[in-house]
Ligand binder design. Structure first.
Ligand SMILES: Cc1cc2nc3c(=O)[nH]c(=O)nc-3n(C[C@H](O)[C@H](O)[C@H](O)COP(=O)(O)O)c2cc1C
Ligand code: SF4
Length: 662
């Protein structure tokens, strides 16, 4: 079973023991531009879990090549980078996996904080997404960048690494040279492949014995055109999708569902038969699909980046046939959101990702406690999973008839269907143990909790929609949650969204998909403002295609006589009213947190987690559920809460590690 994944593969002079690759991804765990202990621990988890090859995150070849001028970005040009390379190689040795580094120059793709550095490229062509306006490199400067690639290759070789990947994907500098729209040069670098082939020619002798490959965006016509000229020069090509320069292209770099699974597999055809092995990366989630991609000859190895961010043990589990126990990536893009926010990597399904040194896995207990969890949304599920993994007896009460909370509600929408199904399937596995009892349709008041014999309780009762204060007459009014649960009224729809939430986008997509005339009016700068940009871009593309109308900067003021009234959030004296039969409210959420008071009165140790502290997202819910349960289980048996309830000051859940909410 899955035989193809676990056959060794030669990448030029280097043999990797299995074909699952952890692809380059900025973790924001580097410090002072070089490898930190946190970054070593992060990669060690993936090495221990059986990945065949680790490609370290983009390491800039010179300062102008840094994607962002922050110390958390790797700088492959610093001689002290050597130490980190050596340490990582030492860690990798017992596992037999390869360790490569990605050498990188972003060219005009750059998003440094101010004061913003000068941006350079093959030509002076502005770039939309990061809003950069580069100048063209001179011929001598281009030659200097080529030398920089060679110097960094030499450092990688001296550091003992096994290989180098030159990033020519995603429209970074090498791709800017070979893409016609960004190359109007008059020197020898006018020839599209010239810059990349000179980089390869310079790096090869600088790093003798190392594998040398190139990353390309497989579906870019310019990459397809350049690929044949790399034959005989490289040891592998790493194909992926996405283009950093445009909103829709960037979403393809880390494509969220409903972008199709395994999307890269359809793009590898033009690269087959060119004489070098293919690594293919892009939305490959399932080990069985990965095996099939290799079996079909569409690739020789697979990048499964987010799959490994979520479950670093996935290769080992797949190898031993324990596919059911793999924790699958839900595609929420919290990981890349952390990168864009400049905070250490984290995963909404695995609270230990990025916290390898600080948040150990639960140890099995020899004296199990009776633990009650109130609420079956992500926070409650994570709390229950933490206790169950430690061998404690868990009872989870959920007031409705299904698990998943708001995530399950959102599963009615295309933007959340796969995410919800995958999350629930992950927890079905984690909670499918003898020591877990799940009670649906039970509102767990104090008496229920007492009857259960609870030693301690995690309260994860979630949130409810905020109704607002506007006077609403003359239209049918539904909450966004009602709509996702199936409620409908006939007629033209206006969705009043307070702040760019996904629930408004989900309602718009569902209703437009049913043929309704939908206007989405938001008080935010743009609908979906609160979402990660790749997720937002994907939603907006789908909603524009579905004919949804957008009104930005509009705060709900009221409704009367078949019209919904708004005030402009920037110019409050300006108002607008829109004809509608149906008004759908997405006005934010408020915590549902009535239980803790009675638990305090009864002297039962408890912690709150997730939206009942204050509504946020899946990441915070899962992290807080996990930490709340850990903290309770560390209390001496029978101890009452040692601190008053309420928000605890401390590092935000974005940093590692973070406290829960009490
Ligand atoms: C947090 C994060 C950072 C990334 N940084 C890089 C990078 O440094 N260089 C690169 O070529 N790709 C980068 N990527 C893209 C990944 O290498 C990979 O192509 C992408 O995650 C899609 O693969 P997947 O569907 O298996 O996750 C990054 C992705 C993530 C999630
Ligand atoms: S944060 Fe979300 S998208 Fe990223 S690896 Fe985890 S589950 Fe997947």
């Amino acid at each position: 079973m899955l035989d193809h994944l676990f056959r060794p593969l030669d990448l030029g002079p280097v043999t990797i023991p299995c074909r699952i690759v952890s692809t380059a991804h900025q973790t924001m765990l580097a410090r002072g531009h070089v490898v930190s202990d946190e970054l070593l621990a992060y990669h060690e988890a993936r090495l221990r879990g059986g990945a065949g090859l680790i490609i370290m995150e983009a390491a800039a070849v010179e300062p102008s090549g840094l994607l962002s001028d922050t110390e958390t970005m790797m700088a492959g040009y610093l001689p002290r980078t050597l130490d980190g390379y050596r340490q990582l190689k030492r860690l990798a040795a017992p596992y037999g996996a390869g360790v490569f580094v990605q050498l990188f120059h972003g060219g005009r793709e750059q998003h440094s904080p101010g004061p913003r550095p000068v941006v350079v490229s093959s030509a002076a062509v502005p770039s939309t997404r990061y809003h950069t306006e580069p100048r063209a490199l001179t011929t001598a400067e281009v030659e200097g960048v080529i030398e920089a690639f060679a110097r960094c290759a030499a450092i990688a070789a001296e550091g003992g690494l096994d290989g180098i990947e030159i990033s020519a994907a995603h429209n970074y500098l090498p791709a800017q040279f070979f893409t016609p729209e960004t190359n109007d040069r008059q020197d020898r670098f006018a020839e599209p492949a010239r810059f990349l082939t000179e980089v390869i020619a310079a790096a090869r002798p600088a790093a003798p014995g190392l594998a040398l490959g190139v990353r390309l965006t497989a579906d870019a016509p310019a990459a397809r055109a350049v690929a044949p000229s790399l034959a005989g020069l490289i040891d592998f090509v790493h194909l992926t999708v996405g283009d950093s320069a445009t909103h829709v292209g960037a979403a393809g770099i880390v494509p969220p569902p409903p972008w199709p699974r395994n999307m890269v597999a359809a793009t590898t055809g033009p690269y087959r038969g060119l004489g070098y092995p293919i690594i293919a990366t892009g939305r490959i989630v399932e080990p069985a699909d990965a095996d099939q991609i290799i079996a079909s000859g569409k690739a020789d190895a697979v990048g499964m980046n987010r799959a490994l961010i979520t479950d670093p043990d996935m290769p080992a589990k797949a190898r031993s046939g324990e596919l059911a126990s793999v924790i699958r990536c839900i595609g929420c893009n919290v990981c890349i959101e952390h990168y864009h926010a400049g905070s250490p990597i984290a995963c909404a399904q695995n609270p230990r990702t990025g916290r390898e040194r600080h948040l150990p896995r639960p140890a099995r207990t020899s004296s199990p406690r009776r633990v009650v969890v109130v609420g079956g949304g992500p926070a409650g599920l994570a709390a229950a999973a933490e206790a169950a993994a430690g061998g404690h007896d868990v009872v989870l009460y959920e007031a409705t008839q299904r698990l998943g909370g708001q995530v399950a509600l959102a599963s009615a929408a295309p933007g959340h269907q796969e995410l919800a199904e995958t999350m629930l399937s992950n927890y079905r596995h984690l909670l499918g143990r003898a020591n877990v009892r799940i009670e649906l349709g039970v509102r767990a008041e104090l008496a229920v909790i007492r009857d259960a014999g609870a030693d301690c309780v995690v309260v994860a009762t979630g949130a409810r929609p905020y109704a607002g204060r506007a006077e609403l007459t003359g239209v049918a009014v539904l909450s966004a949650w009602d709509v996702l649960a199936g409620a409908r009224r006939p007629g033209r729809v206006v969705i009043a969204d307070w702040g760019g939430d996904s629930v408004a986008l989900d309602c718009a997509e569902v209703l437009a998909g049913e043929g309704a005339e939908v206007t989405l009016a938001t008080g935010a700068l743009v609908a979906g403002e609160g979402l990660h940009q790749y997720v937002r871009s994907s939603y907006l593309g789908r909603l524009h295609r579905a004919g949804v109308r957008f009104e930005n900067h509009q705060a709900l003021a009221g409704a009367s006589g078949g019209r919904v009234h708004f005030g402009n959030v920037f110019a409050p004296e300006l108002s607008k009213s829109i004809e509608a039969e149906v008004l759908i409210l997405s006005l934010g959420r408020v915590p549902a947190d009535s239980l803790p008071g009675s638990l305090t009165g009864a002297g039962i140790a408890h912690r709150k987690a997730g939206d009942c502290c204050s509504p946020r997202g899946i990441e915070e819910a899962v992290l807080e559920g996990t930490l709340a349960m850990r903290e309770l289980l560390e209390l001496p048996a029978g101890a009452a809460p040692s601190r008053p309830l309420g928000l605890t000051p401390g590092p935000s859940p974005r940093s590692a590690p973070a406290p829960g909410c009490r």
